[in-house]
Design a protein around this ligand. Structure first.
Ligand SMILES: [Zn+2]
Ligand SMILES: [Zn+2]
Length: 266
């Protein structure tokens, strides 16, 4: 599956989705002096995938990162998935002031599938954290239904769709995690979460320059090393069932790691 095609080529009707969250938006740090987060401020976080790779990796401008992750009730990522992701982030991001991780439950109307436009509309309603002068903000959402772009043999588990935004189709992750001989839900869920965040970090060749040629151009912005986290099969349930062996979460191969270091990461 071509990554760019997946996230950019959908021309779909935008629906406004009512969401509720029990947390209050906080901090005046990403608001202007009237207390309002303007469209201009929000637009910093509405760029293309990979555009904030250096912002996320390096310590030059942004000294810390805030992850604001929402989940639909009953589709919370497992504790183990969260711990795995925190370890991945700690190992890769070069941030002198560290990172903060917020997880919030939401309730939404029942749906059978989500289009990209619908996910963007939810982000607009929910997101409270945008980049400030020294903090880069990431939005993530765990959804209760499948991706509308799924095809018969292509069940998308996650998408990275803007410079600091990703979505995980946790219901699809759960369904694949329940199949016989499948890796556990935590292995699938961690793999897709780390993989989508890898795209936000500019892998492969989408905002982080390649130090050696390892792009699998037939599959878009993916790595051509078949046991690397950024191999193209990590994004779909069918792909992961066939590629994860021994229940191990794939890691980044040496070439992907070299790329991240060259772009300010660790
Ligand atoms: Zn991918
Ligand atoms: Zn790789």
């Amino acid at each position: 599956m071509n990554f760019k095609t997946t996230v950019y080529s959908l021309l779909l009707t935008s629906l406004c989705i009512a969401c509720s969250t029990d947390s209050e938006s906080d901090s005046s740090s990403n608001q202007n002096n009237t207390g309002i987060i303007t469209e201009e401020i929000k637009n910093r976080n509405r760029k293309n995938v990979g555009d904030s790779a250096n912002d996320l990796l390096a310590n030059a401008t942004y000294k810390s990162t805030i992850f604001e992750i929402f989940y639909v009730k009953d589709y919370k990522p497992t504790e183990e998935t969260i711990e795995n992701f925190k370890a991945f982030v700690t190992d890769r991001l070069n941030k002198s002031k560290g990172w903060e991780f917020r997880l919030e439950e939401i309730t939404v109307p029942t749906k059978s599938a989500y289009t990209l436009d619908e996910i963007k509309a939810m982000e607009n309603n929910l997101r409270t954290q945008y980049n400030t002068s020294d903090k880069v903000a990431v939005f993530g959402i765990y959804l209760d239904a499948k991706y509308a772009g799924n095809t018969e043999n292509n069940s998308v588990l996650g998408i990275a769709y803007q410079n600091t935004s990703f979505a995980i189709f946790e219901n699809t992750v759960k369904n694949f995690g329940n199949k016989p001989l499948s890796p556990s839900r935590t292995v699938l869920s961690t793999t897709v979460l780390n993989h989508e965040f890898g795209h936000l970090l500019g892998l492969v060749n989408v905002g982080t320059a390649m130090q050696t040629n390892h792009q699998d151009t037939a599959h878009g912005k993916h790595c051509d090393v078949d046991n690397c986290l950024m191999y193209w099969t990590a994004e779909t349930g069918e792909g992961l069932l066939n590629s994860i062996t021994g229940g191990k979460i794939p890691t980044l191969d040496a070439q992907c790691l070299t790329d991240l270091k060259a772009n300010g990461g660790m």
